[in-house]
Design a protein around this ligand. Structure first.
Ligand code: MG
Length: 170
């Protein structure tokens, strides 16, 4: 019988992107969170499309399976990844995790963003992540928090995301 220790894997993902006024005023890209474009005059500075939530989910899944991380798979020095849709990173992580013999049991994400509010978009974000991974959206949890106006995140100078993911043996 398979050891219980071989039945589960937990992974943690983290990402932060600096937020700047959106081009042409600044270097910011449109603010994408979980594949949803949020109304904002500030957006992430990034090589890809800058979707910090999708980056953190991608890393949590890869980490759980002890696979190379997002920066190793999709280096930001590679011109092919410039302005790249981050859903492609997530889909690739899903493929790699599945071929390593794992199923995504659940994902829990916390997005720390001073504004705008995430709540009107949560369901769309959850279904975007679920669709990219070919799982039911009941397995994807997304929470929005502010940083109480303190430090870079609280001053809308950055977006920060924390994610945990649980894999079970297929
Ligand atoms: Mg990132």
């Amino acid at each position: 019988m398979q050891s219980p220790a071989e039945s589960f894997r937990i992974g943690h993902g983290y990402d932060l992107h600096r937020l700047e006024p959106i081009a042409p005023e600044g270097a910011g890209r449109p603010l994408l969170v979980g594949g949803v474009r949020l109304e904002s005059d500030r957006g992430p500075v990034a090589h890809s499309d800058g979707d910090a939530l999708l980056h953190a989910v991608t890393d949590a899944l890869l980490a759980a399976a002890a696979l190379p991380d997002i920066g190793q798979l999709f280096p930001d020095t590679d011109a092919r990844h410039e302005s790249r849709d981050s859903r492609e990173f997530l889909k690739e992580a899903g493929r790699q995790v599945r071929s390593a013999g794992w199923v995504v049991a659940n994902i829990d994400a916390t997005v720390v963003l001073e504004k705008p509010k995430l709540s009107p978009h949560k369901e769309e974000i959850r279904s975007n992540i679920a669709a990219a991974l070919d799982i039911d959206s009941s397995r994807v949890g997304v929470k929005g928090k502010t940083h109480e106006k303190v430090d870079a995140v609280g001053e809308s100078r950055a977006i920060e995301v924390h994610v945990v993911a649980l894999l079970v043996r297929n």
